[in-house]
Design a protein. Structure first.
Lengths: 328, 328, 328
């Protein structure tokens, strides 16, 4: 079906191909490569970058996008096979095939419902879209992953550091007032592993990433010639790293969440002292200033966050192109 | 004004013309027939199919659509001539002429407010749009009718069964947890009558369609060489029918509604035993599985619901084209 | 940066230039003058005319628009430099530069928060956009001003009365059930002053426009050869005026608001008796009938309100063109 809902749909070779093509197209614009194509963007959750960068990718490529907001302009959608006597008006089993009759591809955003790692791993909504769709489906973030973000992050590193194989990177947990989903850390981990980086994951006790995701990352790393290591010490991880990817996520036990805890994990300029001289701060955005990341870092030359955001556009137009050409 | 807000705006000849042209354009794409045209889509209520199929029709024809959500991105609109000291910020008497200065046509969705048959018959909002507009207005469902749905339904039957004259069809009431509007059953009835079908309406006691709608359907049937009959027995209606159009609607007396009543009216595969061997299940969607229609029917080859939805696109681009060409 | 967030960004010469070019383009369509251009429209508040006229301007010029609704499809945005531990998810310092990577220009609507004249004068949100943006920013109404409305209003007068220098106009306060912002009266005042009109401002006691705005208007009037006078008597102001611009706004002391007070300030046909024979009723819309303006005036030939609304399109496509060409 040429869908991309998880990094495993691309694999090591596919991840490399997307990033290299994005790099090429950033230098040499592909022109009207999406002419006549119509993308449906289905949002179960809000968006700023994703919405704008996907719509811009379609339009600048000569195509168009239709935006559908579930629970807003569109009624609520059911994905479980139940007698539908509650508040959800339509099932994905009808909605998705119908959209496929009007549109050339679908993009879907459906965040984690906060039910825990196993529920996120099942990723029922985005998998339902992929299952019922007759046209390619691209994830705009689901419970388990945000593959476009991971690809944009690695394109940013590819531009700054050239060859990514063996590059030491730290994915560091950060404080927050809410237990955020793990889709972004999962995707950075999986994509960096697929690019053969030396990935160091640092988080306080109780904030483990989910086992099957870590296992998948390690397999990708092995295939790509990189590594994945986990530590409870942010300091150990940062030493010599070229990137500090800061990201808040919730604890393995949702009920164990403590708001605004572990404040010393928030990156400040001081955190860069032991890192590589050219080290950068990465974040998927939106970022809460002086809560997740110190404003002094975001406002410094260390910050790569605006470039990461721009690269969403570049990787997504490659994904859209390949999906619509049947080349995933 | 070349507006289409009710089936009577087309009449028997117009309904035939739209369906035949849609059939032709489904085989031979009309290309950029809407180039340079701009449609305003005004939603007082949510939408999935209607929103997407209208927007797709405009874009695939070379035009564009602007989507306005009343009570969301757009403030509430008044249609009664009152001193405006309540929560509605702008009157249709200003809003509609203003939109006509920017746009080439308007499409409007404004559901029944549940005030009963006489209020639905008056259809104040969509009629206000048609009255105040300097550009064509097309209904995307109003209190009384959903003409695009009726046209799409009959195109679906036209494709499956060829000549529609005298074709036995059943429009059957279905259970629901809410007293739904009658716009869809009204439109199927009127459009099928205009195509000369033998329409059998079946519903439990207390769920009569409104007299003036039935009378109009009978007039259309007479002109087109068909018939309209009403029965309290679903079984009698289904015998020999080629289509079971299942649709929930509320009782004539809104206060008499009983949630989830008459469960045996929900179509199951067994309901097809007495029907024509090639009989199909029809529904406008969204459909609540195992409440309005059994999942076993929706998941079977009996179901024509996805085709009906696709045909929304095909009839709407004909309506948009004719309205913008001044040929309604 | 070629942004237009306030009338002072244009000045007397710029205001004249925009209005004359809009007049020319109303006669001779500029064609695909925005081809390949992509505008991001960021709404903190609802819109009907602004949304539709900006989107129409982009599309008819060959470009496209992406619509973002803050607090709806987009999360809430912070503009103050604070530790972000409340309900706002992203700071303008990130959001605006990111949008500039995808889009060629931004349009922003952010109404007054009702915190009083000094807060409106600071105009923090629209000024934040202009400050952080790498692409031109155009105001779609902020706390202090609604420059596109002022320009459309004066284009309407230019069309009706030719030379505007010395033309006597009345900006009259009108009753309402809410203390509305002053952006529209401010903009009409500033733009009319910049066109050299004889502007008479009439309002009940306690409803003064803010001092710095009045002072700026008087400076513009002096440069342009016009005048600005304020009176507490609507009758005195109207005598001989060619336009009655009716607009509700709140009192200088927000706590002093009395709903629906000063009812005799609502324009009726009788109010036109002492005015010029060709005098017109102006209003930015939305207007509440029989509360702010009598329906009998809105439904008469006196009303210029639909023309004013149409002219939003005409001045905006000039602003968009000039901003994107770097010619503001």
């Amino acid at each position: 079906m040429n869908s991309v809902t998880h990094i495993r749909d691309l694999g090591v070779e596919g991840v490399h191909r997307v990033i290299e093509q994005a790099l090429t197209w950033k230098r040499t614009d592909p022109g009207q490569h999406l002419a006549g194509k119509l993308l449906g963007m289905v949002f179960f959750n809000p968006s700023l970058r994703t919405r704008t960068s996907f719509e811009a990718a379609m339009i600048r490529g000569g195509g168009h996008a239709v935006v559908l907001e579930v629970g807003g302009g569109v009624w609520k959608l059911e994905h479980n096979d139940v007698r539908m006597d509650q508040d959800k008006t339509e099932h994905l089993r009808e909605a998705v095939p119908v959209l496929g009759r009007y549109l050339d591809a679908l993009a879907v955003r459906s965040f984690s419902q906060g039910g825990g790692d196993a529920e996120d791993e099942a990723d029922a909504v985005v998998n339902g879209f992929a299952q019922y769709s007759s046209v390619p489906v691209i994830s705009m973030e689901s419970a388990r992953e945000h593959p476009c973000q991971g690809l944009a992050d690695l394109l940013t590193l590819r531009e700054r550091f050239g060859n990514l194989k063996g590059l030491p990177l730290t994915l560091s947990w950060a404080p927050h007032i809410k237990p955020l989903p793990k889709a972004v850390p999962n995707s950075f981990l999986l994509t960096a592993a697929a690019m053969g980086c030396e990935v160091r994951v640092a988080h306080p006790q109780g904030y483990d990433l989910y086992g099957p995701v870590l296992a998948e990352a390690k397999e990708l790393a092995q295939e790509a010639g990189g590594s994945v290591d986990v530590t409870g010490s942010q300091k150990v991880a940062l030493a010599g790293s070229v990137a500090l990817y800061a990201k808040a996520w919730g604890p393995s036990d949702p009920s164990a969440f403590v708001s605004d805890s572990n404040r010393d994990w928030m990156p400040t300029l001081e955190h860069f002292d032991s890192m590589s001289p050219e080290a950068v701060l990465m974040h998927c955005l939106p970022v809460r200033r002086d809560l997740e990341v110190a404003a002094e870092v975001l406002d410094s030359a260390r910050s790569a966050v605006i470039d990461e955001a721009e690269n969403r556009f570049h990787v997504q137009r490659v994904l859209l192109h390949r999906a619509l050409q049947g080349e995933i």
